[in-house]
Design a protein around this ligand. Structure first.
Ligand code: CA
Length: 431
């Protein structure tokens, strides 16, 4: 930890110092954005209070000559992500210094601020490859029980961080609206499948992991270096068509059931900002440890991230009546069976090369207790137990016009709480 984490540090921007602020000076997450409806180019920014600090404008202002800042003159963030932890840390310290009470450059920096209510976002990186994992053993067991009642958790689960290669072209940033997918579905009792719009559309509450520095093809990343390759975390909704999934997933795993849309939050919270919220990596009694290539003392001591997650739903009717979204579940990234470092070490152990801007998903983050299930299929027991919403509506799966909102926040006594903002997505009718 360093002075950028100092809980006493305050910004000259009053909105950053409010206790409920998602973006205090201790956070400084990165996004790519522009002012709405002005035809501007997208460029990198960090969030501070209710404002975005435009890094392209800051670089052009001549406040400082800094290579790390020059890498942020244009979006997306891939070049800056590739520059590595020393450059990330240098820019964070520089920005923290500019934004803190007593900065000599307040007036120059004020001219580079854009109100968050006036911006629109882009996906923050060119995402070459996207891999989705399955790191909640609670989710894996809940889902496995529905798909294979006699054999819910396959024997490899406790040893292999299970994942599959997802689709990067359909990843969108918060605000994404997508068409309900159609696909092959095998109706119960039918002789052959039909092509039809998905009737069991679901969300998945996940955390996204953006890769910073890549690794050369053929050179695995060891656990000791794994986090040096992680730029930061965001929220990720892996929209899932459960009826298409049930018919197609064997033997090679998810394909079209997951390929039609994935929504991420615009802000990437850096690993350095998350430093005060690290936790020991722990598993329930009786669970095995990890093979040596997935183990390290540092991972045992602080490999997990204490990130509180929640998912909320707002139906079209609730929206038309001005009713707020209703929370469906709450969980925590500490519910994961594998840490983010283990995901990187495992992904590269074959020699597979990760590249700057690649995205990993943790998999649906469900906890052990009721109320912590990160997908509707778990909450409704496969659609058997519908959810009753406060306004009287009922859901087994998502309906057209439904908006799903993911939220995340790190809270720890003695530290300034930091937020992830939101990942918001809306279902449009099938074509
Ligand atoms: Ca998933």
């Amino acid at each position: 930890m360093n002075e950028t984490h100092d809980p006493e540090r305050r910004s000259w921007l009053a909105s950053a110092n409010r206790p409920e602020a998602a973006f205090p000076i201790q956070n400084l997450p990165f996004a790519v954005l522009r002012r709405r409806e002005r035809g501007e180019r997208f460029r990198p920014a960090v969030a501070i209070g209710d404002q975005a600090l435009d890094l392209a404008a800051l670089a052009a202002s001549g406040v400082a000559q800094l290579a790390a800042l020059d890498a942020c003159r244009d979006g997306p963030l891939n070049d800056f992500m590739a520059s590595g932890p020393a450059a990330w840390s240098t820019l964070r310290a520089f920005l923290s210094d500019l934004l803190r009470v007593g900065s000599a450059h307040q007036h120059a920096v004020e001219r580079c601020l854009i109100p968050l209510e006036a911006v629109e976002f882009a996906v923050p990186a060119r995402i070459g490859d996207y891999t989705d994992f399955y790191t909640s053993i609670h989710h894996a067991t809940n889902i496995g029980r529905l798909f294979r009642p006699d054999n819910p958790l396959l024997p490899n689960y406790r040893w292999v961080p299970i994942g599959y290669h997802g689709r990067s072209s359909s990843i969108g940033v918060s605000g994404q609206a997508f068409v309900r997918p159609s696909g092959q579905i095998m109706p119960a009792g039918a002789e052959q499948p039909v092509l039809a719009p998905c009737q069991r559309l679901d969300y998945e509450l996940e955390v996204g992991v953006f890769i910073g520095q890549g690794n050369a093809l053929g050179q695995p990343v060891a656990m000791a270096q794994a986090e040096e390759h992680i730029f930061g975390l965001c929220l990720l909704n892996d929209w899932s068509a459960r009826d298409i999934q049930a018919w197609e997933y064997q033997p090679l795993g998810p394909f079209l059931a997951k390929s039609f849309a994935t929504t991420i939050s615009p802000w990437i919270v850096t690993m350095e900002a998350l430093q005060p919220f690290r936790s020991p990596w722990s598993r329930a009694a009786g669970e095995p440890g990890a093979l040596p290539y997935l183990a390290s003392a540092a991972n045992d001591a602080a490999g997990a991230v204490d990130l509180r997650l929640e998912v909320a739903l707002q139906t079209a009717r609730m929206r038309s009546r001005g009713e707020a979204a209703v929370t469906l579940s709450r969980s925590n990234l500490t519910d994961a069976y594998w840490t983010v470092a283990q995901l990187v070490a495992h992904h590269t152990v074959s020699g597979c090369n990760l590249q700057p801007g690649d995205l990993l998903g943790t998999g649906t983050m469900s906890g052990a207790s009721a109320g912590s299930e990160g997908a509707l299929i778990e909450i409704t027991r496969g659609g058997a137990e519908p959810v009753r919403l406060p306004g009287g509506e009922v859901r087994t799966f998502l309906e057209d016009g439904d908006t799903v909102i993911l939220r995340g926040r790190c809270v720890r006594p003695g530290q300034v709480s930091i937020g992830f903002g939101e990942a918001v997505g809306t279902v449009l009718p099938a074509r």
